[in-house]
Design a protein around this ligand. Structure first.
Ligand SMILES: [Zn+2]
Length: 112
């Protein structure tokens, strides 16, 4: 069975982009909430919920951006024919590692 790396990576890329779009929506609604925060303190008695949400969305955004970058870089390596080759030592990356982490750019030894 041949693994279709291009399809997997494109799915990952699209998935990360979708997440970023949703996070943009989340951020916009947080901005709205922030601007009329006085309208409803019922769920925010200490005024900390909003900034907590903000931190959470920001962390998710960083994760999604990283995933998008990783997927795009892996697709580039695939196009160049260097996909599955460790960018540090040049050794082949184990199939199991690529299966678990299709965007891996380094072998397990170099990732440590
Ligand atoms: Zn390596």
């Amino acid at each position: 069975m041949t693994v279709d790396h291009a399809a997997i990576l494109q799915t990952l890329l699209r998935e990360a982009e979708t997440r970023l779009v949703h996070l943009d929506d989340d951020e916009r609604s947080l901005l709205r909430d922030r601007s009329d925060a006085t309208a409803d303190d019922e769920h925010d008695p200490e005024g900390s919920t909003l900034s907590g949400e903000w931190t959470r969305v920001d962390a998710l955004r960083r994760g999604a951006e990283l995933d998008r970058t990783d997927a795009a870089a892996a697709l580039e390596r695939l196009a160049e024919g260097s996909y599955g080759i460790c960018v540090v030592c040049g050794a082949p990356i184990a199939a199991g590692r690529l299966e678990a982490r299709p965007t891996a750019a380094t072998c397990i030894a170099c990732a440590r």
